[in-house]
Design a protein around this ligand. Structure first.
Ligand code: NAG
Ligand code: NAG
Ligand code: NAG
Ligand code: NAG
Ligand code: NAG
Ligand code: NAG
Length: 361
């Protein structure tokens, strides 16, 4: 009896133990209620950011503090005077046989054709330029968290670049030169309807107008390796497609059967160059400017990485022209006036119309 009593803790101590348990329970339920409140009241994305993202990222995703809703609407309106979402990006349904694809820039006809669809809207887009500033930026993880990632000129991502540029890609632009090279790199020549006898001047001239000349098959290994990374994504040609439409069909007809690379193809029904020129009053818009212009029509909040048209950064580091290849660039003698465009980006960043990021550390 006595020994049993002794083995029991005194009543005081027992009460203390109970209150400890209660305290833990109370703290836990307060935590739980707070979590439920935040989750219920606010946007999922914000909760995600608050709970999981480490500090530096919170700054970049800062919802209310970075973007300015009225400035965002202002650039949307400004561009919409010259281009609409359906003109910006038409994505061809993957199951349309490539030889049957018909290209049109007429909205009613596009609808009737049922061959393509206007790109859908997205809340948060990352637009990745190719500037050398991205090297050692440490932006990879941030970029990969975006809902929708747009890259340019088939730029490589992932692998050795994962830390700085990430690996996610939803939409990637390519140019006519790359389409020509892809065709010759895969040992394909002109499609039968564009084969001409070398003495048939008529045929040659007609072909030159309607089909871009095939390029020398240079750097094919690297190009094909890049293409494999775009398996399952959408390739987008944003200039006047009329002249190269047959070539894109040719390319699509090679990639899937020969290399098992599945891509969607998208085009702009009107070249983005003219709307970009008009919307921003820049002489000869760069691709980056053109893509930003289009993106205002399908992205709510646009964060731009890798746009920095200077040969040195603020720490006097010499920068490559493109993060993925050796070589520098004299931006002052470039036809695109990129430093002027950069001033526009800075101004848009200042008012909160876009978010312009140079580094993530
Ligand atoms: C938000 O955007 C509007 C319209 O561009 C601008 O007038 C205003 O100054 C901006 N606010 C801030 C805090 O920059
Ligand atoms: C193209 O043909 C050349 C020469 O016949 C060959 O060496 C090369 O491997 C071929 N390339 C492809 C991608 O089939
Ligand atoms: C592309 O993706 C499809 C579907 O995920 C897969 O079956 C195919 O093997 C991939 N192709 C390559 C070249 O990896
Ligand atoms: C970069 O170079 C300029 C001019 O040569 C010099 O004035 C500046 O102090 C340098 N900045 C750094 C961070 O080294
Ligand atoms: C870049 O081009 C401008 C204009 O053509 C020229 O004045 C300048 O010296 C060039 N800079 C370099 C580093 O070559
Ligand atoms: C963009 O604006 C933010 C402040 O809103 C600033 O921290 C950032 O440095 C700006 N980006 C550039 C490239 O100047």
């Amino acid at each position: 009896m006595t020994s049993e009593k002794l083995s029991q803790p005194p009543a005081n101590a027992r009460r203390l133990q109970f209150s400890k348990v209660y305290l833990v329970l109370i703290i836990f339920s307060i935590f739980l209620m707070t979590a439920v409140c935040i989750y219920g009241v606010e946007d999922k994305f914000v909760v995600y950011q608050r709970v999981y993202l480490p500090k530096p990222l919170t700054k970049i995703f800062g919802y209310g503090d970075k973007f300015n809703e009225s400035a965002v609407q202002e650039i949307q309106r400004r561009v919409s005077a010259y281009i609409s979402p359906w003109q910006a990006v038409q994505i061809i349904h993957p199951d349309v046989p490539r030889e049957k694809i018909i290209y049109s820039s007429n909205q009613a006809r596009l609808t009737a054709l049922h061959q393509s669809e206007t790109i859908s809207g997205h809340n948060q887009c990352a637009l990745i330029g190719n500037a050398g500033i991205l090297l050692e930026s440490g932006c990879g993880d941030v970029i990969d968290k975006f809902e929708f990632v747009i890259r340019m000129n088939l730029a490589p991502s992932g692998g050795e670049f994962k830390r700085d540029v990430g690996s996610k890609v939803n939409l990637v632009t390519l140019n006519a030169e790359q389409i020509g090279r892809l065709i010759s790199c895969t040992n394909s020549s002109y499609p039968p309807e564009w084969k001409c006898k070398s003495e048939d001047e008529d045929c040659l001239q007609k072909r030159e107008r309607k089909y871009p000349p095939l390029r020398a098959p240079t750097n094919c290994d690297s190009l094909l390796r890049r293409m494999k990374r775009f398996n399952g994504t959408t390739l987008w040609y944003f200039k006047s497609i009329g002249r190269i439409f047959d070539a894109t069909k040719r390319m699509l007809g090679i990639l899937k059967p020969k290399y098992n690379i599945d891509i969607n193809f998208a085009y702009s029904t009107t070249s983005l160059m003219s709307p970009s020129h008009k919307a921003w009053n820049v002489g000869f818009p760069s691709s980056g400017m053109a893509i930003l212009t289009a993106a205002t029509q399908f992205c709510q909040q646009i964060t731009m990485f890798g746009f920095y048209p200077f040969s040195q950064d603020s720490r006097n580091r010499t920068l490559r022209h493109h993060y993925y290849e050796e070589g520098t660039m004299n931006y002052t003698s470039n036809q695109h006036h990129m430093p002027n465009e950069y001033r526009i980006f800075l101004e848009l960043n200042r008012t909160g119309a876009i978010n312009l990021v140079n580094e993530c550390r």
